[in-house]
Design a protein around this ligand. Structure first.
Ligand SMILES: Cc1ncc(COP(=O)(O)O)c(C=O)c1O
Ligand SMILES: N[C@@H](CCCC[NH3+])C(=O)O
Length: 426
């Protein structure tokens, strides 16, 4: 595979070493230790602005999906750029508040919202609940009635389109647990519109993640427009259409559409179907943060197995689970390549006691003990999916802005591992 770097504007080669903006990754690894997540502020801002400029001529709200990366400093940065937020838990709502951002720009998705979470979101005056089941509709009515508040709602409709992505991250099919059935949508909208506790404001779908074509989005849009036609016949007219997230990024050889291309495809459908004036909402996660981050890790040992060679690094599946969970391919490069050792094929593995603890397989690399490797495009679903498995401390996170590198999450220490546990003394 002849590969270029996935984001060679913000992570690029200079003087024989890999840099993030105006700081070398080697320097960052030595200064902050490894494993280390490094994010480029410029990349984050550019990704957000790509959506903003593609949508500039239309009413819209880009809601950053916190599940992709929920560091407070990153939430705050997007908030300052004008972002809304897509949340799926009370904890994520609390993060939006803790970052000092506007909860009235929050969209609440998720199939299992608890009474407590609904209460908190209503009190925070969020923009909209994306309802995912008839039972949730009843629950929101009950909580709104108890609080004497009106909930703004939309239904997440399952358009049953194939997003052509990994089965674990495709969500818009009939067999998935997400959303309400397309066939049930009209009757649920009628019920919701008759409830005084609700204001029915939108329609929503989310068909999957890491989608690299525009067609599935356009297909979903057509299906939602057909529903909008049917709802209009019942006098139900909505204010917004929410396309969820899902826009893919470049990890290796993918060529995903740009935000501009995606918007053009959606606008074509909306305008043709007579819904060009609706506010367009996006719950963008990966496409805002994925290519903005790298995971740095140090080579602990090289090991020749019976059938394979291994590079043992100090990052593991607990720090970055995507490769083993989805067989995801993510680029791994030495940050300061040298040719004084001949290249060989290696599996890049961590120290966790699981055969599935790998970050890359069959990679042609020339490395020595002590070298720093960078796993690229690691800004989405990296740190947020990290765990303490094997009692490993969570990595630190650094945000680079030009020549400056700010620590935005300190590395955990051993005491952090059991701080919440209670040692029974008898
Ligand atoms: C409801 C919902 N919205 C938004 C997202 C963000 O998706 P992505 O990171 O692919 O943009 C997800 C995750 O797939 C999701 O489940
Ligand atoms: N966590 C997944 C995507 C799932 C998105 C959540 N709906 C990934 O790393 O690709």
């Amino acid at each position: 595979m002849n590969l270029t770097l996935p984001n060679d504007q913000d992570f690029y080669w200079k003087d024989g070493s890999l840099w993030c903006e105006d700081v070398s990754l080697e320097t960052l690894a030595r200064k902050f230790g490894t494993p280390l997540y490094v994010y480029s502020k410029h990349a984050l801002v550019s990704a957000f602005n790509a959506y903003q400029s593609a949508l500039a001529d239309h009413p819209h709200l880009v809601c950053f999906a916190l599940k992709a990366n929920s560091n407070l400093s990153i939430i705050k940065l997007f908030g300052e750029l004008g972002s809304g937020f897509d949340i799926v838990s009370g904890g994520e709502l609390q993060r939006v508040k803790a970052a000092g951002c506007d909860t009235r720009k929050v969209i609440f998705s998720g199939v299992g919202k608890t009474v407590r979470e609904i209460r908190e979101a209503l009190l925070a005056d969020i923009k909209c609940f994306n309802i995912e089941s008839p039972a949730e509709l009843d629950r929101i009515i009950a909580v709104a009635s108890e609080l004497k508040l009106r909930a703004r709602v939309s239904f997440r409709v399952n358009p049953d389109v194939d997003a052509k992505t990994h089965p674990y991250i495709s969500t818009g099919l009939k067999k998935n647990k997400f959303g309400i059935a397309y066939e049930d949508a009209v009757s649920l909208y009628i019920k919701a519109s008759q409830a005084p506790e609700l204001e029915v404001v939108g329609i929503d779908c989310h068909i999957g993640s890491q989608i690299t074509e525009t067609t599935p989005f356009a297909d979903a849009c057509e299906k939602l427009c057909t529903l909008l036609d049917q709802l209009a016949e019942h006098g139900i007219n909505l204010k917004h259409i929410d396309f969820g997230g899902g826009l893919g990024i470049k990890y290796g050889t993918e060529t995903p559409p740009t935000a501009k291309e995606l918007m053009a495809a959606l606008r074509r459908v909306l305008v043709r179907r007579g819904y060009g004036d609706l506010e367009m909402i996006f719950e963008a996660g990966r496409s805002l943060v994925g290519n903005s981050g790298a995971l740095l890790t140090e080579v602990e040992f090289l090991k020749s197995g019976q059938l394979k060679n291994f590079i043992m690094v100090d990052a593991a599946m607990n720090d970055m689970i995507r490769p083993t969970l989805y067989q995801a391919w993510m680029q791994i490069v030495p940050v300061t390549p040298s040719n004084d050792k001949s290249a060989a094929f290696y599996d890049v593995v961590g120290p966790v006691c699981e055969t599935g603890d790998w970050l890359g397989k069959d990679r042609l690399l020339s490395v020595r003990q002590g070298d720093i490797l960078a796993m690229l495009s690691a800004g989405a679903y990296g740190m947020t999916m990290a765990s303490n498995y094997n009692s490993r401390c969570l990595p630190a996170e650094v945000l680079v802005n030009g020549e400056e590198a700010h620590l935005i999450r300190r590395r955990q220490n051993y005491e952090d591992l059991y701080r919440d546990e209670i040692l029974l003394t008898r």
